[in-house]
Design a protein around this ligand. Structure first.
Ligand code: CMC
Length: 378
């Protein structure tokens, strides 16, 4: 309790801070739905473009609406050449999330609707940012690798085009579908830390680019979106399936935080992890790198048996992304390229029914201290 009688809730656990029509998350039963549609149906049967439409307009699109949304996304794929030039000035070893945050801020300087917080302008910006984020991530990667950025291909889906811009090769239909489904699985997740950040920022009547830049900063941390990259680094540290037991025993003895395990809300299991597990199995087999999947499964079993910790969304996405050829330090940017759909939808929703988000702090420092002039301190 603070002095005003309010309850201190560390980490805001269990606090309900907004009404939403976007994401229905039942952590006790391990269920997740976007706007009423079960995540498994969406991941298996809808495209990322359909999911974006659902999040932004509240309904799955008709064929004509989907054409319109898809064409709008395709039309928005280009990024300013000045941004590509700026990527050339960035030290080559800069964390791509740091670059992405700066890129979002720079895109805001060029966006014709940058300071317009109306619903119509926000929806236009949602479309633009979703396409531009993917292009910016891939263009920066190409530039830092000493390669020319790959121009977007208008005949490819959002998922296929993203892989194409990253690698310069058109992905197979199977790879494109796996990536598309993983974008859907990451698209939205209620008031997670980065989405909450975006809502806090626009609750001051600030704008979408400012909020998304903040969201990128929040997602970067290893307790949030940065966990996927950390999982892959753990698997690389383990190296071989035969090393999993020894690694797990040592990690548990050292009380090490195991990346990709645990969740604030899901107690019975993260439904996204179950879907990603199947996708990772298939992708690792196809790529001839099955050991990453085997290692992940064994680690999952050992950790779950010892600590009853559940694998979260970032656990099986790591071997999946790796076998799709995504560089490890781009795992978190790729998650941002998916979560942009949810961030922007939440920003629209926050603007629709806004009240400044301003919690209290409980002061626990010293009080009533006598002020001494500078020359008396020390
Ligand atoms: N490894 C080892 N112990 C853990 C872990 C873990 N991954 N997660 C929770 N615990 C333990 C923790 O040590 C604590 O034990 P004790 O009560 O004995 O001190 C207890 O479980 C509660 O942990 P907490 O940190 O207070 O729980 P939280 O609800 O604040 O944290 C979490 C949730 C996701 C931050 C945490 O589980 C974690 O750090 N996991 C690893 C990082 C990770 O995978 N993050 C991705 C989260 S899901 C996707 C996303 O949000 O982007």
């Amino acid at each position: 309790m603070d002095k005003q009688g309010s309850q201190l809730i560390r980490g805001l656990e269990g606090v309900v801070a907004a009404e939403t029509r976007l994401c229905d998350l039942d952590g006790t039963h391990g269920r997740l739905a976007y706007a009423g549609y079960d995540i498994e149906d969406l991941a298996r049967r809808a495209t990322f473009e359909e999911v974006c439409h659902l999040l932004w307009w509240g309904e799955l699109p008709t064929a004509a609406q989907l054409d319109k949304t898809t064409l709008a996304l395709i039309a928005a794929r280009a990024i300013p050449k000045e941004l590509i030039q700026a990527f050339g000035l960035v030290p080559k070893d800069t964390d791509p999330m740091r670059v992405l945050q700066a890129a979002v801020a720079m895109l805001g300087m060029r966006d014709p609707d940058a300071t317009d917080n109306s619903r119509a302008a926000n929806l236009r910006k949602a479309v633009r940012l979703t396409s531009q984020l993917a292009t910016a991530i891939c263009a920066h990667h190409r530039v830092r690798s000493g390669q020319e950025p790959v121009a977007p291909a208008a005949d490819l889906s959002h998922a296929a085009n993203t892989l194409y811009m990253l690698t310069g090769r058109r992905p197979t239909a199977v790879v494109a579908k796996a990536f598309d489904a993983s974008l859907t699985l990451y698209a939205e997740h209620e008031l997670n830390a980065s989405t909450f950040t975006t809502r806090v920022i626009v609750s001051t009547q600030s704008d979408m680019h400012s909020a998304v830049a903040g969201g990128v900063g929040a997602l970067k941390g290893p307790l949030h979106g940065g966990a996927g990259e950390a999982v892959m680094r753990t698997l690389m540290e383990i190296g071989e399936v035969k090393n999993v037991d020894a690694f797990t025993q040592k990690a548990l003895a050292e009380k090490r935080r195991l990346m990709g395990f645990g969740h604030r809300v899901y107690t019975a299991g993260d439904p996204r992890a179950a879907i990603l597990r199947g996708m990772a199995e298939e992708a690792c087999r196809q790529s001839g790198q099955f050991k990453w999947y085997e290692m992940a499964v064994k680690l999952h079993e050992r950790v779950h048996a010892a600590k009853t910790l559940i694998p979260n969304v970032d656990f099986y996405s790591a071997p999946l992304f790796y076998s799709l050829g995504i560089p490890v330090d781009l795992f978190t940017p790729v998650i941002a390229a998916a979560r942009i759909a949810g961030w922007t939808a939440n920003i629209v929703e926050q603007h629709d029914d806004n009240r400044l988000i301003r919690p209290r702090g409980d002061y626990v420092g010293p009080t009533r201290r006598a002020f001494g002039p500078l020359d008396t301190r020390g």
